[in-house]
Design a protein around this ligand. Sequence first.
Ligand SMILES: Nc1ncnc2c1ncn2[C@@H]1O[C@H](COP(=O)(O)OP(=O)(O)OP(=O)(O)O)[C@@H](O)[C@H]1O
Ligand SMILES: [Mg+2]
Length: 308
Amino acid sequence: MLEIKGLVKQYGKFTAVDHLDLSVEEGNIFGFVGPNGAGKTTTMRIMAGLLTATSGSVLIDGVDATKNPLLLREKIGYMPDFFGVYDNLKVSEYMDFYAGAYEIPYGQRDGIINPLLDLVNLSDKKDVYVDTLSRGMKQRLCLARSLVHDPKLLILDEPASGLDPRARIEMKDALKQLQTLNKTILISSHILPELAEMCTQVGIMEKGKLLIQGSVGDIMQRLTQKRVVSVRTTGDVAKITYVLKENPLVRSIVQHQSDLEFDFDGTDADLADILKSLVMKGIPVTQFKEKEGNLEEIFMQVTGGAAL
Ligand SMILES: Nc1ncnc2c1ncn2[C@@H]1O[C@H](COP(=O)(O)OP(=O)(O)OP(=O)(O)O)[C@@H](O)[C@H]1O
Ligand SMILES: [Mg+2]
């Protein structure tokens, strides 16, 4: 559905997107993660045909985004990170305006607009002026308007930013529903755990490059080869350290008052053996568990601690 090859965007001498390759299959939700200034918006604007690339190619459903802007418009729905709404327009008029822009005949508009307002939970606001809507509502309206022409690929630039937790859940639900309609969705965000829950794939971008991409599970596995285990005891922590030091698979040990953490380089069976040896030595172990990597940590690992 989406195939980006060798994409470069320079603003003067500054390279905002640096030889980016990315492919997303139909029906996937791809999460674009990266710190401020990584190049997410720039990439998305090129995909949406709003910005010309310096070099490289972007194919969307077989259409060359750089060469065929009119056909591209049919294929994609774009929700920008910042957008204005017009004064003096009611929600239904606003949607009608966009349906008109996509040359949808009058007779078909209600049949398209009503289900979309349902999807984003704004059916009861049809006759309200758009500039009086709350920010979250405007954001959902913007999602609805990007769907009027039934695009195959949705490009959403931080659709959940600034939303309260409830509005976030609603936005997420709307996106999940869109996935069931077999839309392909590209979504950028700084909120990593949220993306993990909803995306089929994620890519981590920094300084114009995609550092790593794959399913959330894949990325975790590739990055969390180092296993970290925490142990807690009601007894003497030093005794645990003593036992652990005898094991060649245990790397570094960090001791606290009633617990410790150690890096470990072995299999699950090896781990079970360690627990067994602790218990055999009569140490009262109250907790023994492997720490799970989360996306935030992974993000920090790959980007070397760049700000979220
Ligand atoms: N019109 C422009 N002229 C010059 N530089 C620009 C322009 N637009 C963006 N940049 C630069 O390109 C880089 C990438 O910006 P971009 O907006 O794509 O980042 P982003 O990943 O979307 O960041 P954020 O998370 O803050 O939205 C930044 O360093 C930015 O300063
Ligand atoms: Mg941005």
